[in-house]
Design a binder for this molecule. Structure first.
Ligand code: PMP
Length: 357
């Protein structure tokens, strides 16, 4: 709908096809004679949207039957409170693998609620690595928390085999970009605004048998949201409609098998290019921890960085300035970014390196 290439860290680009469908629903939502902005969450049309979203997500992520699916508000940030409150009791020990800014925040919230400890402290090497299962011991913990993709630091854990049997995973920035091994997962959560749509709704998928009744107030008690199929209180209707359309788009494109291949291909294209200009560029993150969702790198000379960011923005590549805590460049390659957009960026980037520096 415009020719910007949006490579920002989120909220991310929404495919034109999905945007068009949403615009239609803003005009008239299904056959309700109302805009989606005005419709009741109790309407039969919205009940269908909730049903389609849950069913679609179950199909897409191959969620086992004994897991509940809830669409909830408060972002991934609120889940750092809801999860300890709903999946542990006051005597439990919660362990944290801290590989960047987001898992560090999860640990901070958790430690205010429960006995929490850091199993792996990535801060010691400026958040550039992830632990091998053989390097950590998780067995003394009732739950083990980690963030599969650190959006700010560009660090990703793709293989969590051996991380323990009771995993809680923040997948906000890599959900639906590869298949999920559900075997050791107790709960996973993700804001929708990167790979699954727009801001306002967060999905929470958990093993029902692991819920603990802590007599919580109504909104905090997940069993209320589960029992009422995400309609316990007024949900973010528009965000869930976008989610419904995005899930369908992902399924139509070929599901997780397709997106995991795409994700790897796009990331390798960018990392290979950066490596080929290793005299002028650097990647802080260890090779095996490089994120496929957010490629973080820097120029060895600050004036090269400034020139690159300026020229990239002018050429229509949006949102690539690194996070203020890290600096440099961050190129986000979420599901809606197609190969041809990455090729366009790569060709601009390669030309810049060869002709301008
Ligand atoms: N975790 C990760 C990995 C994130 O990238 C973000 C947001 N960028 C959050 C948590 C926080 O999400 P929210 O702003 O939706 O609360």
């Amino acid at each position: 709908m415009n020719d910007l290439v949006h490579l920002g860290a989120g909220p991310s680009f929404i495919p034109d096809e999905v945007k068009k469908q949403v615009i239609k629903e803003v005009g008239e939502y299904e056959d309700s004679r109302l805009s989606v902005l005005e419709v009741s969450h109790r309407s039969k049309q919205f009940e269908k949207t909730i049903y389609n979203s849950e069913k679609g997500l179950r199909d897409l992520l191959k969620i086992p039957k004994d897991f509940f699916v809830v669409f909830i508000q408060g972002g991934a940030t609120l889940q750092n409170t809801l999860i300890p409150l709903n999946f542990s009791n006051s005597r439990d020990k919660l362990g944290h693998i801290v590989t960047g800014a987001w898992s560090s925040k999860t640990y901070n919230d958790s430690s205010k609620l429960r006995d929490s400890n850091i199993i792996f402290d990535g801060k010691q090497n400026n958040y550039t690595s992830t632990p091998l299962a053989s390097e950590i011991s998780t067995s003394n913990n009732d739950l083990v928390f980690f963030t599969s993709n650190e959006t700010i630091h560009g660090v990703q854990i793709r293989d969590y085999t051996g991380y323990g049997d009771n995993l809680i995973i923040d997948m906000s920035s890599d959900i639906a970009s590869r298949t999920i091994n559900w075997k050791n997962i107790v709960c996973l959560y993700a804001g929708a605004q990167k790979n699954l749509g727009t801001a306002g709704v967060t999905l929470l998928v958990g093993r029902s048998s692991e819920l603990v009744d802590n007599n919580l107030t109504s909104y905090l008690d997940l069993s209320n949201h589960i029992e009422k199929s995400s309609l316990y209180n007024t949900p973010p209707i528009l965000s869930i409609v976008v989610l419904e359309k995005m899930i369908q788009w992902l399924i139509n494109k070929g599901g997780l098998e397709y997106f995991s291949q795409q994700s790897e291909r796009k990331a390798i294209m960018i990392y290979d290019l950066i490596d080929s200009h290793g005299d002028k560029l650097s990647i802080p993150v260890n090779h095996n921890a490089r994120s496929y969702s957010n490629a973080v790198f820097d120029f060895k000379e600050k004036n090269h960085l400034d020139l690159f960011l300026k020229e990239a923005e002018e050429a229509g590549f949006h949102g690539i300035r690194g996070h203020r805590d890290v600096g440099g460049v961050r190129v986000s390659l979420y599901n809606s970014i197609e190969i041809k957009a990455v090729e366009k960026f790569s060709s601009f980037f390669d030309n810049f390196m060869k002709k301008k520096l």
